[in-house]
Design a protein around this ligand. Structure first.
Ligand SMILES: C[S@@+](CC[C@H](N)C(=O)[O-])C[C@H]1O[C@@H](n2cnc3c(N)ncnc32)[C@H](O)[C@@H]1O
Length: 207
């Protein structure tokens, strides 16, 4: 039977309602650190992490309508009030709407690897987007990454190393909402663990 997905307006941040750079104090009910997840998928990470860290404000960015609707329904049903989700393309959204030095942590878990060489240009991690992440981070803020795709992981390391003087490697610790033995507890991590795929993780901190 088809699952009926409900809309929860208090969970959604609509691109058409935004006018210039976001003031996070206007979109979350309580002040607190801001964490952004890029490529939220079905929001398993967002839900568990937001419940584990109720004092942190989480913004999920998901461009696929199907996953966005699933994520909104899920967060809404659990009445988690420290999460907002926007359906948009992350690179342009960061560039246009996220203020300088306003984000405490970016979570990018299992970004699409676009394995074909001619599609590599679609990958999220490139020098432009990395510079945007760095610009948006507060000093001392983190970018946390997990992927099963070794060749993309190498590229990500290379791109981040090019920002070397302004980003330093940090320890990647399991997230608060992850289950025992997991790094981040997303759907893709769970799927790949079952397949016994190696998972690569990396964290860097803005200097
Ligand atoms: C491989 S899935 C991983 C989902 C989730 N992070 C997980 O680990 O289960 C990648 C997700 O990122 C979304 N995505 C990819 N590129 C994006 C972008 N540039 N902006 C927003 N969402 C993006 C895709 O639609 C997809 O839902």
């Amino acid at each position: 039977m088809a699952k009926i997905l409900k809309d929860y307006p208090n969970v959604c941040l609509k691109p058409e309602d935004l006018d210039g750079r976001i003031d996070f104090s206007q979109i979350f009910p309580r002040p607190g650190p801001v964490h952004i997840e890029i490529g939220t998928g079905k929001a398993t990470f967002l839900l568990n992490q937001a419940m584990a860290q109720p004092d942190v404000n989480f913004l999920g960015i998901e461009r696929a309508r199907k996953y966005y609707r699933y994520a909104v329904d899920r967060i809404g049903r659990w009445s988690v009030n420290n999460v907002r989700i926007i359906r948009t393309e992350a690179a342009a959204f960061l560039a246009d709407f996220i203020p300088d030095s306003s984000v405490d942590c970016f979570h990018v878990y299992f970004p699409d690897p676009w394995p074909k060489k001619r599609h590599h240009k679609r990958r999220f991690f490139n020098s432009t987007n990395t510079e945007q992440l760095r610009r948006c981070l507060k000093t001392g803020g983190d970018i946390r990454i997990a992927t099963d795709y070794a060749e993309y992981f190498e590229q990500i390391q290379t791109v981040l190393a090019a920002c070397n003087s302004r980003l330093e490697k940090n320890e990647f610790t399991p997230t608060a909402g992850a289950d025992k033995g997991e790094w981040v507890g997303t759907n893709f991590e769970r799927k790949y663990r079952k397949d016994r795929r190696r998972i690569h993780t990396l964290a860097v901190r803005k200097l």
